[in-house]
Design a protein around this ligand. Structure first.
Ligand code: CP
Ligand code: NVA
Length: 307
């Protein structure tokens, strides 16, 4: 394992499968891991709001026998009061790991380069790898072997979409991404996913047609149209993304029994309708639960005593 978990790319195809297996094991036998991180402390840097990420990292550390310290945006004022390098050089003297949710991905990279302790990406503008681990755990639980599945993402080609593509490349999962023109996932992430997935069975289709993308899908995923930091674009985006709403009509064009996924928080009535997110085929709260199990596996791998 690499020192840090900043991207799905930090896991080899083999490690990706192993990490999902470990998450499933931790989920099944939580008591076995009650002392896995005894005495260990995680510093959690948040420059954006959070429910799931904060709760699952903090409860995850507590349930593994360790502790977590929450650093709110105003606590350390990353970037204005102090830069990532000095923050990393300080934190490494006191704690055993750092989790960071921030804007520019380079901030997380700089922090990881400065600190000798593990750094975990808990969302940047570029990616959200912990979310993708939880999502692929959820997919596997509900639909079986990842290499037999097609996952369709509809909406903004954003951080969540990027990490899903890189995870699909490792899982050998076919993927279709439907975005409005101009909101496609970044070309370098598309190229990286195709490169990483060339021997796994991964295939990627990019389209502007949600109907085309959902055909044959075992699961349909969407995310908010305006991410944290894009609040000023909310209204313009609402108009552009309106044809990309995941509603019952669109779900009916996926494979019978297809799942609905969303990282949450959801803007009900925008990117997804109530009838879809509250449907029996929606697994959004399983994904939220699995954030805990997937991250426990990541925390153990990075911060556990090496034997
Ligand atoms: N899905 C997710 O990361 O949720 P939060 O923003 O609430 O942490
Ligand atoms: N794309 C969203 C994900 C939130 C979990 C954002 O960055 O705000």
């Amino acid at each position: 394992m690499q020192k840090d978990f900043l991207s799905i790319r930090d896991l080899s195809v083999y490690e990706f499968g192993q990490m999902l297996d470990k998450a499933a094991e931790v989920k099944k036998h939580p008591a076995k891991y009650r002392r896995a991180l005894k005495g260990k402390i995680l510093a959690m840097i948040f420059q954006k709001p959070s429910l799931r990420t904060r709760m699952t990292f903090e409860t995850g550390m507590l349930r593994l026998g360790g502790e977590a310290i929450y650093l709110a945006p105003s606590d350390i004022s990353l970037g204005s009061r102090e830069g990532a390098f000095d923050i990393g050089k300080n934190l490494e003297r006191w704690v055993d790991g750092i989790m960071i949710r921030t804007f520019g991905h380079q901030i997380a990279v700089d922090l990881a380069a400065a600190a000798r302790i593990p750094v975990i990406n808990a969302l940047t503008d570029l990616s959200h790898p912990c979310q993708a681990m939880a999502d692929f755990l959820t997919l596997r639980e509900h639909k079986g072997a990842l290499s037999t599945l097609k996952l369709t993402y509809v909406g903004d080609g954003n951080n969540v979409c990027h990490s899903l593509m890189l995870a699909a490349a490792r899982g050998g999962t076919r993927m279709a991404v439907a975005t409005p023109p101009g909101y496609e996932p970044k070309a370098e992430v598309v190229a990286a996913a195709r490169q990483d997935g060339r021997d796994t069975g991964f295939e990627l289709t990019l389209t502007s047609s949600p109907e085309e993308a959902v055909a044959g899908a075992d699961a349909v995923y969407t995310d908010v149209w305006a991410s944290m930091g894009q609040e000023s674009e909310k209204e313009a985006r609402a108009r552009i993304f309106a044809p990309y709403q995941v509603n019952a009509k669109l779900m009916a064009q996926a494979k019978p029994g297809a799942l609905f996924l969303h990282c949450l928080p959801a803007h009900r009535g925008d990117e997804v309708t109530d009838e879809v997110i509250d449907a029996p085929y929606s697994v959004v709260y399983d994904e939220a639960e699995n954030r805990l199990h997937a991250q426990k596996a990541i925390l153990i791998a990075l911060m556990g005593d090496k034997d």
